[in-house]
Structures are given as structure tokens and as C-alpha cells.
Design a protein around this ligand. Sequence first.
Ligand SMILES: Cc1ncc(COP(=O)(O)O)c(C=O)c1O
Length: 321
Amino acid sequence: MQPKSLSSLHEQLQALISESPLQRVSHPLLSARNISLSIKRDDLLHTHISGNKWRKLKFNLIEARSRGVNHILSFGGAYSNHIHALAAAGFHFGFKTSAIIRGESHYANNPTLQQAQKWGMQLHFVTRKEYQLRNEADYLMQLQKRFSDAFILPEGGSNAFAIPGIAEACTEINQQSDNSVDHIITATGSGGTLAGLVAGCSATKNKIKVTGIAVLKQGEYLNQQIQELLKQTEHCYDTQWQLQTQFHGGGYAKVSPVLKTFCRTFEQQYDIPIEPIYTGKMFYALFELLKEGYFNEGDHIVALHTGGLQGRQGFQQNKLI
Ligand SMILES: Cc1ncc(COP(=O)(O)O)c(C=O)c1O
């Protein structure tokens, strides 16, 4: 079905994806300090367009449609959750989708990219060197000439239009929670999700602190990137936020035996699926921070489950989990 107008796109978006549940979990480390933990289950938003990917895409799709643009081009690695979600969204909402993929064309056969192609996405493989140019103005101008009909979305979908979508999670959390929220924690890759939470928490007027767990090595540069993203929205935000950069565990997608065991135990204990690249690292860090006394006695923490479960297929294929 091809949506024809902006209002029908809004209706379709609302009809397909609504709120995600907020789930309370318990642990002796939490009860010892009278701390409560709730998990915002954005992994349950939709089978394929889930987590922060959906929230970041929502207002980008609306913006593209309002400009009369029906083709979305973005960037990602061979197992990218964002690319997978964009392809699914294009299929569901009637957009043509294309992706610049880092690496060799044999990756087209992996489960993530095979599914993206089934949803109609066109893939363009580039060398790692060319991929490094993905945020350079000259390179983007060349791409815009080559794909003249395309709305170009940055890697991870993190731009100013991603922010109001993520901010909606804060509104939902405040409406769903029966006690006030002191802290929201999320995994951080490109920074869009953290920036959206900062914006969303400012809008709720509660004094909520936001913490991001950088999933990659030397993530300090993300502080600047997050500030830039917030600046692009042309608003001032008074939310206190912090990026924790010491939990990368050796780098992006590196899975130590300790992390692997943590993910398995967590899943068995709570019956909540996670993966080791984003949500596994975030929950591992949350419990480490709890042990270090990072949270205050009596706090109510909300951890954002950002989805990304499709990425597990690649890990399983490579026998890493
Ligand atoms: C599952 C998952 N969680 C968290 C993140 C990090 O989000 P951001 O790139 O907005 O920091 C990503 C990447 O988009 C992701 O795929």
C-alpha cells in the first residue's frame, strides 16, 4: 500500500506502531539500596522497525514526505540495525530506500542485508576509506547529485529530526511510571538517542538525569557530537547528562566472555532478549555503575531497551553468541 499524503502517513505510523511497555524488574543489588529499575521495552514496538531506530526514523519519514521526497538514502555497516529498520520502514510506508554499505559486496548475503534487499533496498558497497567520508560536505554533495531524488539520512539516523521521535519515549515513560523517574540510561553509538532523551527530559520539566553508555572505544568525541545535535534543534535544554566511556569492552562489537555470560544470565533471569553490541553492554554497565554507587539511594532508574535484536542473527551466524 502506497501512502499518498502526509496525513495518511501519520495515520499509518500511528496504526502500525504505538507505545511500548514499561517493565519493572528486581535484583538484590537494587533492593539493597532501595533503587527501582524499569525497562522501557522499545524492542517490542514492532517486529522489524523497533527500538530507537523506529523513534529516530519517524519524523525523518514525515519530513521526507512533507518535502515530497519518496526516496531515502542512508549509511551503515554490514549488520546495521538502522539499515535493516530503514528498509522495513520503506517497505511498509511506500518509500524507495538505498544504502551506502561499508565493506565488500559479499556481505549482501548476510541475514541483515538479505532481508533489507527483500524489502526493496538498493545496496551500494564502498571501501572503508570512502565510507569515512560519509559526513563530509563535498562527499554528500556528490551523493546528492548521483541520487538526485533522495533524502539523505546520516548513519544511525541521527540528525535533528531524530530528536523529537526519541523525546516521545520520555513523555511515554512519564505517563506510564507510577513513581517519578530520576535517571534514564541508554546505549550510545552515534549520540542521537542520548540527545533525544536530553530534549525529551527537558520537556517533561522533571529533574531527570540521562546517562549514555558508549559502546565504542575512545567515545569521548561523542560529547561534542551530542552537543552539536542538540544545537541543531535550536532549543536550550537544562537536563543533566553524562556519557560513560569506560564500558566499551575492547571496542565496537567486541564481546568478552564476561559480557557473553552476563547477557545469557540476564536473559534467563528476566526473560528479556538482549544482544551484546548495544543493550548487553548498557545493562552490564548499569549493574557496574550500581556497584560503584553511581546512582542515589531511592532512585528510580529507567533503562531504554533500544532493540537491535536483528543483529543477533549475524552473531549467531559467526558463532559469537
Ligand atoms: C540497538 C541499538 N541501541 C543503541 C544504539 C545507539 O544509538 P545512537 O546511535 O543514537 O547513539 C544503536 C545504534 O543506532 C542501536 O542499534
